[in-house]
Design a protein around this ligand. Structure first.
Ligand code: SF4
Length: 336
Protein backbone atom coordinates (compact mmCIF):
# COMPACT_ATOMS: atom_id res chain seq x y z
CA UNK A 1 0.00 0.00 0.00
CA UNK A 2 1.14 3.56 -0.65
CA UNK A 3 3.35 4.83 -3.45
CA UNK A 4 1.97 3.73 -6.79
CA UNK A 5 -0.01 0.76 -5.37
CA UNK A 6 -3.75 0.62 -6.11
CA UNK A 7 -6.07 2.36 -3.66
CA UNK A 8 -7.20 -0.22 -1.10
CA UNK A 9 -10.79 -0.45 0.16
CA UNK A 10 -11.22 -0.93 3.88
CA UNK A 11 -14.22 -1.44 6.13
CA UNK A 12 -15.08 -2.02 9.76
CA UNK A 13 -17.33 -4.66 11.29
CA UNK A 14 -20.43 -3.64 13.23
CA UNK A 15 -20.75 -6.87 15.21
CA UNK A 16 -19.78 -7.37 18.85
CA UNK A 17 -16.16 -8.45 18.35
CA UNK A 18 -16.49 -10.85 21.31
CA UNK A 19 -18.94 -12.79 19.16
CA UNK A 20 -16.38 -14.53 16.95
CA UNK A 21 -18.93 -16.36 14.81
CA UNK A 22 -20.96 -13.24 13.94
CA UNK A 23 -17.82 -11.16 13.34
CA UNK A 24 -16.23 -13.75 11.04
CA UNK A 25 -19.53 -14.12 9.18
CA UNK A 26 -19.61 -10.35 8.54
CA UNK A 27 -15.94 -10.29 7.50
CA UNK A 28 -16.64 -13.05 4.95
CA UNK A 29 -19.63 -11.07 3.58
CA UNK A 30 -17.43 -7.99 3.31
CA UNK A 31 -14.69 -9.94 1.53
CA UNK A 32 -17.21 -11.33 -0.96
CA UNK A 33 -18.39 -7.78 -1.66
CA UNK A 34 -14.81 -6.69 -2.44
CA UNK A 35 -13.47 -5.42 0.89
CA UNK A 36 -9.68 -5.73 1.14
CA UNK A 37 -8.83 -4.83 4.75
CA UNK A 38 -11.12 -5.08 7.76
CA UNK A 39 -10.99 -3.32 11.10
CA UNK A 40 -12.67 -4.54 14.25
CA UNK A 41 -13.44 -2.54 17.38
CA UNK A 42 -11.60 -3.83 20.43
CA UNK A 43 -13.35 -2.16 23.37
CA UNK A 44 -12.14 -4.48 26.14
CA UNK A 45 -9.81 -7.32 27.04
CA UNK A 46 -12.40 -9.97 26.25
CA UNK A 47 -12.63 -8.62 22.69
CA UNK A 48 -8.82 -8.52 22.47
CA UNK A 49 -8.59 -12.14 23.63
CA UNK A 50 -10.57 -13.46 20.64
CA UNK A 51 -8.67 -11.58 17.92
CA UNK A 52 -6.45 -14.58 17.18
CA UNK A 53 -9.54 -16.75 16.66
CA UNK A 54 -11.07 -14.15 14.32
CA UNK A 55 -7.81 -13.73 12.43
CA UNK A 56 -7.45 -17.47 11.87
CA UNK A 57 -10.80 -17.50 10.05
CA UNK A 58 -10.62 -14.10 8.35
CA UNK A 59 -9.95 -13.99 4.61
CA UNK A 60 -8.87 -10.34 5.06
CA UNK A 61 -6.00 -8.64 6.90
CA UNK A 62 -7.29 -7.76 10.38
CA UNK A 63 -6.80 -4.36 12.00
CA UNK A 64 -7.52 -3.87 15.70
CA UNK A 65 -9.12 -0.54 16.60
CA UNK A 66 -8.11 0.37 20.13
CA UNK A 67 -8.89 3.43 22.21
CA UNK A 68 -7.76 4.50 25.69
CA UNK A 69 -6.06 1.34 27.03
CA UNK A 70 -2.55 0.31 26.05
CA UNK A 71 -2.96 -3.15 27.58
CA UNK A 72 -5.73 -3.88 25.06
CA UNK A 73 -3.48 -2.74 22.21
CA UNK A 74 -0.68 -4.91 23.58
CA UNK A 75 -2.97 -7.95 23.75
CA UNK A 76 -4.16 -7.27 20.17
CA UNK A 77 -0.54 -7.32 18.99
CA UNK A 78 0.08 -10.52 20.95
CA UNK A 79 -2.97 -12.09 19.26
CA UNK A 80 -1.31 -11.55 15.87
CA UNK A 81 -3.35 -8.77 14.25
CA UNK A 82 -2.02 -7.39 10.96
CA UNK A 83 -2.30 -3.77 12.02
CA UNK A 84 -3.32 -1.51 14.81
CA UNK A 85 -5.33 1.68 14.77
CA UNK A 86 -4.88 3.93 17.76
CA UNK A 87 -6.02 7.46 18.48
CA UNK A 88 -3.11 9.02 20.33
CA UNK A 89 -5.40 11.81 21.49
CA UNK A 90 -7.00 9.44 23.96
CA UNK A 91 -4.06 7.27 25.06
CA UNK A 92 -1.38 7.99 27.68
CA UNK A 93 2.05 8.80 26.23
CA UNK A 94 3.63 6.12 28.45
CA UNK A 95 1.09 3.66 27.07
CA UNK A 96 1.79 4.61 23.45
CA UNK A 97 5.50 4.00 24.11
CA UNK A 98 4.82 0.41 25.22
CA UNK A 99 2.51 -0.21 22.25
CA UNK A 100 5.07 1.11 19.76
CA UNK A 101 7.79 -1.09 21.25
CA UNK A 102 5.61 -4.21 20.95
CA UNK A 103 4.46 -3.28 17.42
CA UNK A 104 8.07 -2.81 16.35
CA UNK A 105 9.10 -6.19 17.72
CA UNK A 106 6.32 -7.91 15.77
CA UNK A 107 6.43 -5.65 12.65
CA UNK A 108 2.81 -4.56 13.12
CA UNK A 109 2.02 -1.28 11.34
CA UNK A 110 0.16 1.41 13.25
CA UNK A 111 -2.42 3.83 11.90
CA UNK A 112 -2.50 7.06 13.80
CA UNK A 113 -6.18 7.84 13.55
CA UNK A 114 -6.70 11.50 14.35
CA UNK A 115 -10.37 12.33 14.71
CA UNK A 116 -11.99 15.78 14.99
CA UNK A 117 -14.21 14.44 17.77
CA UNK A 118 -11.33 13.44 20.04
CA UNK A 119 -8.53 15.86 19.27
CA UNK A 120 -5.99 16.66 22.00
CA UNK A 121 -7.28 19.45 24.25
CA UNK A 122 -4.21 21.69 23.90
CA UNK A 123 -4.59 21.70 20.10
CA UNK A 124 -8.31 22.45 20.36
CA UNK A 125 -7.39 25.42 22.56
CA UNK A 126 -4.57 26.58 20.28
CA UNK A 127 -6.70 26.50 17.11
CA UNK A 128 -10.08 27.30 18.67
CA UNK A 129 -11.51 23.88 17.77
CA UNK A 130 -10.80 20.83 15.61
CA UNK A 131 -9.70 22.77 12.53
CA UNK A 132 -7.81 21.28 9.59
CA UNK A 133 -4.56 22.78 10.89
CA UNK A 134 -5.20 21.32 14.34
CA UNK A 135 -5.84 17.84 12.91
CA UNK A 136 -2.66 18.05 10.83
CA UNK A 137 -0.59 19.19 13.81
CA UNK A 138 -1.92 16.31 15.89
CA UNK A 139 -0.98 13.83 13.16
CA UNK A 140 2.52 15.30 12.83
CA UNK A 141 3.08 15.45 16.57
CA UNK A 142 2.12 11.80 17.00
CA UNK A 143 4.11 10.74 13.96
CA UNK A 144 7.20 12.38 15.48
CA UNK A 145 6.49 10.62 18.77
CA UNK A 146 6.44 7.21 17.07
CA UNK A 147 9.52 8.08 15.01
CA UNK A 148 11.46 8.80 18.21
CA UNK A 149 11.34 5.05 18.80
CA UNK A 150 12.60 4.34 15.32
CA UNK A 151 9.07 3.30 14.29
CA UNK A 152 8.08 4.19 10.74
CA UNK A 153 5.45 1.61 9.75
CA UNK A 154 2.90 4.38 10.05
CA UNK A 155 -0.31 5.24 8.27
CA UNK A 156 -2.27 8.40 9.02
CA UNK A 157 -5.90 9.37 8.96
CA UNK A 158 -7.38 12.76 9.80
CA UNK A 159 -11.09 12.25 9.85
CA UNK A 160 -13.79 14.84 10.39
CA UNK A 161 -17.50 14.75 9.71
CA UNK A 162 -17.26 18.20 8.14
CA UNK A 163 -16.22 17.62 4.52
CA UNK A 164 -14.29 20.89 3.84
CA UNK A 165 -12.36 20.42 7.13
CA UNK A 166 -11.51 16.84 6.21
CA UNK A 167 -10.36 17.84 2.72
CA UNK A 168 -8.18 20.67 4.01
CA UNK A 169 -6.70 18.51 6.78
CA UNK A 170 -5.58 15.83 4.30
CA UNK A 171 -4.24 18.40 1.85
CA UNK A 172 -2.23 19.99 4.67
CA UNK A 173 -0.76 16.70 5.90
CA UNK A 174 -0.03 15.49 2.34
CA UNK A 175 2.24 18.53 1.89
CA UNK A 176 4.16 17.64 5.02
CA UNK A 177 4.62 13.88 5.04
CA UNK A 178 5.03 10.91 2.71
CA UNK A 179 3.38 8.37 5.02
CA UNK A 180 0.41 6.52 3.47
CA UNK A 181 -2.92 8.20 4.14
CA UNK A 182 -6.20 6.47 4.95
CA UNK A 183 -9.10 8.65 3.77
CA UNK A 184 -12.56 8.85 5.26
CA UNK A 185 -15.36 11.21 6.16
CA UNK A 186 -16.33 10.11 9.63
CA UNK A 187 -19.90 9.78 10.93
CA UNK A 188 -21.15 10.41 7.41
CA UNK A 189 -24.67 9.09 8.02
CA UNK A 190 -26.87 6.72 6.06
CA UNK A 191 -26.25 5.49 2.51
CA UNK A 192 -27.20 8.52 0.40
CA UNK A 193 -25.76 11.14 2.77
CA UNK A 194 -22.54 9.17 3.16
CA UNK A 195 -22.21 8.46 -0.56
CA UNK A 196 -22.47 12.20 -1.29
CA UNK A 197 -20.06 13.30 1.45
CA UNK A 198 -17.58 10.52 0.65
CA UNK A 199 -17.69 11.08 -3.10
CA UNK A 200 -16.92 14.76 -2.56
CA UNK A 201 -14.39 14.42 0.27
CA UNK A 202 -12.59 11.21 -0.67
CA UNK A 203 -13.13 11.66 -4.42
CA UNK A 204 -11.70 15.15 -4.52
CA UNK A 205 -8.58 14.09 -2.63
CA UNK A 206 -8.03 10.93 -4.69
CA UNK A 207 -8.34 13.03 -7.82
CA UNK A 208 -5.49 15.18 -6.51
CA UNK A 209 -3.36 12.08 -5.94
CA UNK A 210 -3.88 12.10 -2.17
CA UNK A 211 -4.81 8.88 -0.35
CA UNK A 212 -3.81 5.21 -0.26
CA UNK A 213 -6.67 3.44 1.49
CA UNK A 214 -10.30 4.51 1.83
CA UNK A 215 -13.25 3.73 4.04
CA UNK A 216 -16.83 4.81 3.42
CA UNK A 217 -18.59 5.31 6.73
CA UNK A 218 -22.26 4.30 6.50
CA UNK A 219 -24.72 3.83 9.34
CA UNK A 220 -25.99 0.27 8.83
CA UNK A 221 -24.71 -2.84 7.08
CA UNK A 222 -21.03 -2.19 6.16
CA UNK A 223 -21.38 -4.32 3.02
CA UNK A 224 -23.16 -1.30 1.47
CA UNK A 225 -19.86 0.62 1.74
CA UNK A 226 -18.30 -1.46 -1.02
CA UNK A 227 -20.61 -0.21 -3.76
CA UNK A 228 -19.82 3.41 -2.88
CA UNK A 229 -16.08 2.81 -2.46
CA UNK A 230 -15.61 0.99 -5.76
CA UNK A 231 -18.02 3.41 -7.44
CA UNK A 232 -15.75 6.33 -6.47
CA UNK A 233 -12.63 4.46 -7.63
CA UNK A 234 -14.27 3.53 -10.95
CA UNK A 235 -15.62 7.04 -11.55
CA UNK A 236 -12.08 8.43 -11.20
CA UNK A 237 -10.60 5.62 -13.34
CA UNK A 238 -8.39 4.65 -10.41
CA UNK A 239 -9.46 1.01 -10.29
CA UNK A 240 -11.28 -0.91 -12.93
CA UNK A 241 -13.07 -3.31 -10.60
CA UNK A 242 -16.51 -4.85 -11.08
CA UNK A 243 -19.40 -3.90 -13.31
CA UNK A 244 -20.00 -0.28 -14.25
CA UNK A 245 -23.73 0.06 -14.91
CA UNK A 246 -24.78 3.03 -16.99
CA UNK A 247 -28.53 3.60 -16.85
CA UNK A 248 -30.58 6.45 -18.21
CA UNK A 249 -33.01 8.28 -15.88
CA UNK A 250 -35.88 7.30 -18.27
CA UNK A 251 -38.37 9.77 -19.68
CA UNK A 252 -41.68 9.75 -21.54
CA UNK A 253 -40.11 7.65 -24.33
CA UNK A 254 -39.37 4.67 -22.06
CA UNK A 255 -41.75 1.73 -22.50
CA UNK A 256 -40.00 -0.93 -20.39
CA UNK A 257 -39.58 -1.32 -16.61
CA UNK A 258 -36.02 -0.04 -16.66
CA UNK A 259 -35.71 0.52 -12.90
CA UNK A 260 -36.54 -3.13 -12.24
CA UNK A 261 -34.08 -4.29 -14.90
CA UNK A 262 -31.27 -2.20 -13.35
CA UNK A 263 -32.10 -3.51 -9.84
CA UNK A 264 -32.08 -7.14 -11.01
CA UNK A 265 -28.85 -6.85 -13.00
CA UNK A 266 -27.15 -5.00 -10.13
CA UNK A 267 -28.20 -7.73 -7.70
CA UNK A 268 -26.98 -10.54 -9.96
CA UNK A 269 -23.61 -8.84 -10.46
CA UNK A 270 -23.09 -7.82 -6.85
CA UNK A 271 -19.65 -8.83 -5.59
CA UNK A 272 -18.17 -9.51 -9.06
CA UNK A 273 -14.74 -8.04 -9.55
CA UNK A 274 -14.31 -8.47 -13.29
CA UNK A 275 -14.68 -5.11 -15.03
CA UNK A 276 -17.46 -4.69 -17.59
CA UNK A 277 -19.45 -1.67 -18.74
CA UNK A 278 -23.18 -2.34 -19.10
CA UNK A 279 -25.62 0.22 -20.48
CA UNK A 280 -29.31 -0.12 -19.66
CA UNK A 281 -31.19 2.51 -21.62
CA UNK A 282 -34.87 3.30 -21.84
CA UNK A 283 -35.24 3.64 -25.60
CA UNK A 284 -33.59 3.17 -28.97
CA UNK A 285 -33.72 6.88 -29.83
CA UNK A 286 -30.65 7.75 -27.78
CA UNK A 287 -29.77 4.51 -26.03
CA UNK A 288 -27.07 2.80 -28.11
CA UNK A 289 -25.57 6.12 -29.18
CA UNK A 290 -25.39 7.49 -25.63
CA UNK A 291 -23.76 4.28 -24.45
CA UNK A 292 -21.41 3.65 -27.37
CA UNK A 293 -18.54 2.80 -25.02
CA UNK A 294 -20.46 0.08 -23.18
CA UNK A 295 -19.40 -3.55 -23.65
CA UNK A 296 -23.01 -4.67 -23.70
CA UNK A 297 -26.41 -3.10 -23.24
CA UNK A 298 -30.10 -3.02 -23.87
CA UNK A 299 -32.13 -0.17 -25.34
CA UNK A 300 -35.82 -0.58 -24.58
CA UNK A 301 -38.74 -0.57 -27.02
CA UNK A 302 -42.41 -1.49 -26.50
CA UNK A 303 -42.21 -4.68 -24.42
CA UNK A 304 -38.93 -5.56 -26.12
CA UNK A 305 -35.37 -4.33 -26.34
CA UNK A 306 -32.45 -4.06 -28.66
CA UNK A 307 -29.33 -5.84 -27.49
CA UNK A 308 -26.26 -3.83 -28.42
CA UNK A 309 -22.51 -4.20 -28.10
CA UNK A 310 -20.17 -1.19 -28.24
CA UNK A 311 -23.04 0.91 -29.58
CA UNK A 312 -23.92 -1.51 -32.40
CA UNK A 313 -27.30 -3.28 -32.35
CA UNK A 314 -27.15 -7.09 -32.41
CA UNK A 315 -30.73 -8.40 -32.07
CA UNK A 316 -34.17 -7.83 -30.57
CA UNK A 317 -35.17 -9.61 -27.36
CA UNK A 318 -38.47 -9.74 -25.44
CA UNK A 319 -38.58 -7.86 -22.12
CA UNK A 320 -39.16 -11.10 -20.19
CA UNK A 321 -35.75 -12.37 -21.38
CA UNK A 322 -33.70 -9.21 -20.65
CA UNK A 323 -31.98 -10.43 -17.50
CA UNK A 324 -31.29 -13.98 -18.76
CA UNK A 325 -29.85 -12.82 -22.09
CA UNK A 326 -27.79 -10.04 -20.50
CA UNK A 327 -26.30 -12.39 -17.92
CA UNK A 328 -25.40 -14.94 -20.60
CA UNK A 329 -23.69 -12.24 -22.66
CA UNK A 330 -21.91 -10.76 -19.64
CA UNK A 331 -20.61 -14.19 -18.60
CA UNK A 332 -19.41 -14.78 -22.17
CA UNK A 333 -17.56 -11.43 -22.28
CA UNK A 334 -16.06 -12.02 -18.82
CA UNK A 335 -15.11 -15.60 -19.77
CA UNK A 336 -17.18 -17.19 -16.97
FE1 SF4 B 1 -35.40 8.98 -22.41
FE2 SF4 B 1 -34.45 7.22 -24.15
FE3 SF4 B 1 -32.78 9.06 -23.06
FE4 SF4 B 1 -33.73 7.07 -21.56
S1 SF4 B 1 -32.37 6.86 -23.35
S2 SF4 B 1 -33.68 9.23 -21.00
S3 SF4 B 1 -35.78 6.78 -22.39
S4 SF4 B 1 -34.50 9.43 -24.42
Amino acid sequence: MGGGAPIVVQSMTTTDTRNVKATVRQIIRLAKAGCEIVRVAVPDEEAASVLGAIKSKSPLPLIADVHFHERIALEAIRQGVDGLRINPGNMRQEGIKKVVKAAKERSVPIRIGVNAGSLEKDLQKKYGGPTAAALAESALRNTAFLEEFGFEAIKLSLKASDVPTMIEAYRTIARQTDYPLHLGVTEAGTLVASAIKSAIGIGLLLNEGIGDTIRISITGDPVAEMGVAFGILRALHLRDVGPDIIACPTCGRCEIDLARLVREVEKKLSGRKTPIKIALMGCVVNGPGEAAEADIGIAGGRGMGLLFKKGKSIRKIPEADFVTVLMEEIDRINGQ
